[in-house]
Design a protein around this ligand. Structure first.
Ligand code: PEP
Length: 253
């Protein structure tokens, strides 16, 4: 079975102490994850070491960075390299979140570079894609997300592609309380998988986890994760509340 994943995206929220408390509260729930289930916390850079030490003894719990830079090292003041992440034991990195695309002008081409540098150091990218409202209203969301995949991922070998997690996040549903319906989520996830299958073959496409993101809450997670092509979620707001995120982890297939 494909990996089913509950990924928390804390964004630029919580103090160090609040973050530590939140992790404690979630881990104290002692949710035993099955072999095919993962929980990943994408936390701010200054909390990575603390968060990683909190989860060291927990099976299938991991920590992710929310971003990294596209260059190996050098005179890039304020940036964080993949080598730095690797050196503190981080295994995952969120790339191409719509907030990075929008506020920091991250292009599909830049994201291809970030994907490459992550893979070169065995950091697993959680690659985000998804359309803005105007594209959804125009009904052209499929070709929009297809282009995002093609321009950032399709230079990879099949073996490299299988290292990646994809998160489909319609921008109109992020932080808005507006969730894609299960039909909308399943339809576009199946489409994304078919695009991967056309390029890489069905077996490869079937092995890749595609998460849904956009106002996943404790009361809709089960229904969304129940869709055959939805392999869990990337969760912002609801991942900041221990009881809510606990319910979301429990909703994994
Ligand atoms: C996100 O941050 O990726 C996200 C989906 O946020 P929210 O769950 O708050 O919509």
């Amino acid at each position: 079975m494909r990996k089913q994943i509950a990924a928390a995206n804390w964004k630029m929220n919580l103090t160090y102490q609040q973050g530590e408390q939140l992790l404690d509260d979630i881990l104290n729930a002692k949710i035993a994850l099955k072999d095919h289930q993962l929980t990943i916390f994408a936390v701010p850079f200054p909390y990575l070491i603390m968060a990683n030490s909190e989860i060291t003894d927990e099976k299938n719990y991991f920590i992710a960075a929310q971003n990294c830079y596209s260059k190996k090292s050098g005179a890039y003041t304020g940036e964080v390299s993949v080598e730095m992440l690797k050196s503190i034991g981080i295994k995952y990195c969120v790339l191409g979140h719509s907030e990075r695309r929008e506020y920091f002008s991250e292009s599909n081409q830049l994201l291809a570079e970030k994907i490459n540098i992550c893979l070169s150091l065995d950091i697993i990218p959680i690659f985000c894609c998804g359309e803005p409202l105007a594209i959804r209203e125009a009904g052209t969301q499929n070709s929009f997300v297809e282009t995002q995949l093609k321009e950032s991922l399709f230079h990879l070998s099949s073996e490299q592609l299988t290292q990646i997690i994809i998160a489909y996040e319609p921008i109109w549903a992020i932080g808005t309380g507006k969730t894609a319906s299960t039909e909308q989520a399943q339809e576009i996830h199946a489409y994304l998988r078919s695009v991967l299958a056309k390029q890489y073959g069905k077996a490869t496409a079937d092995s890749i986890s595609i998460l849904y993101g956009g106002s996943v809450k404790s009361n809709n997670a089960k229904e969304l994760f129940g869709c055959p092509d939805v392999d869990g979620g990337l969760v912002g707001g609801a991942s900041l509340i221990a009881n809510d995120f606990i319910q979301i982890i429990k909703a994994l297939k």
